[in-house]
Design a protein around this ligand. Structure first.
Ligand code: G3H
Ligand code: 13P
Ligand code: NA
Ligand code: ZN
Length: 328
């Protein structure tokens, strides 16, 4: 059945587990995630970005969500909008059957001016007021996702050394988080704690903690009833990099967020863990393998099926690691 983010994460908080939120863009991804959830009796979050909506069409996504709910009626599924950038994109997602939306007012608030603060609080509050009327959950974001290693924010990454942000600027301020939640009434809060989007998070194998666990702990202590969300939480497994590169890919050496760090986060109030890059890598490795091993192959099912199997395996690993397995 379809459930809201609030319903799912309230249960996760009560039982102290985390839920991976996998990005989907197509039928193969939706089916692979649900097969994993079904085999482990795990509740699932499927999220679609604005890019996914443009790629697949809202009507296609809507019917795809209906379809997986019909195929797996016993699995609780939250359908979530990832990084909504305007109240209007949140409202159209709700019209398409999403049970949860992210209003990311921090996209425009990287400079951290008072005007950015007012903008973020204003748009987020506007969305929560409307969404809650219809029983839809809302995720907000406060902070700049970026690498503590490079000092680069998601907006600046790759633009050289200029404009590097300090540790302080890259991390969500706990007191501001309290104010933000009080003013906006969001159900879940995405925080900046040292992770960044995409495959290139860390250029060395992390030794010790790569995330600002103290920030997570402080925010959780001040806001025990708010569900924390970690973006940029792909682990970028070396095995997946190797498969891609073994079959003609050219990924540069890179490290993601270690699963143990996410598990520590879950002990401190992190309930939703966003994963897209690992999804992409799991599928692409198999597509490359099949096409390279058999260049005469031209039936898409021959490479999409192994891609789905690899994604299902990844999802099962995360459901086990985050304690989601058995909680449906
Ligand atoms: O945070 C962004 C997600 O990875 C979605 O990426 O906008 O390319 O679909 P996308
Ligand atoms: P990754 O790029 O680490 O998978 O992060 C995805 C994400 O945060 C989507 O909102
Ligand atoms: Na941000
Ligand atoms: Zn994100």
């Amino acid at each position: 059945a379809r459930i809201t983010l609030r319903q799912l994460l309230d249960h996760a908080a009560e039982k102290c587990y985390g839920v991976p939120a996998f990005n989907i863009n197509n039928m193969e991804q939706a089916l692979a995630i649900m097969q994993a959830a079904d085999s482990l009796d795990a509740p699932a979050i499927m999220q679609a970005s604005r890019g996914a909506r443009a790629y697949a069409n809202d009507i296609m996504l809507k019917h795809m969500m209906d379809a997986v709910v019909e195929i797996y009626p016993h699995i609780p599924v939250c359908v979530h909008l990832d990084h909504g950038n305007e109240p209007s994109s949140c409202m159209t997602a709700i019209q398409s059957g999403f049970t949860s939306v992210m209003m990311d007012g921090s996209l425009k608030a990287d400079a951290k001016t008072p005007a950015d603060w007012d903008y973020n609080v204003g748009v987020t509050k506007q969305v929560t007021e409307m969404a809650h009327l219809g029983g839809v959950s809302v995720e907000g974001e406060l902070g700049v996702l970026g690498s503590l290693e490079t000092g680069m924010s998601e907006a600046e990454d790759g633009h050289g050394a200029e404009g590097k942000l300090s540790q302080d600027q890259l991390l969500t301020n706990p007191d501001e988080a309290v104010k933000f939640v009080r003013e906006t009434r969001v159900d879940a809060l995405a925080i900046a704690m040292g992770a960044s989007h995409g495959a290139y998070k860390f250029s060395r194998k992390p030794d010790g903690s790569v995330l600002a666990m103290n920030v997570i702990e402080q925010i959780h202590e001040k806001l025990p009833n708010i569900h924390l969300v970690m973006h940029g939480s792909s682990s970028v497994p070396v095995e997946l990099q190797e498969i891609i590169n073994q079959y003609g890919g050219q990924m540069k050496p890179t490290w993601g967020v270690p699963v143990e760090e996410i598990q520590r986060g879950i002990k401190n109030g992190v309930r939703k863990i966003n994963i897209d890059t690992d999804v992409r890598m799991a599928m692409t490795g198999q597509v490359r393998r099949v096409l390279q091993e058999d260049p005469s192959e031209f039936d898409p099912r021959k490479y999409l099926k192994p891609a789905m199997v690899a994604l299902t395996k990844l999802c099962k690993e995360r459901f086990e690691q985050f304690g989601t397995a058995g909680k449906a």
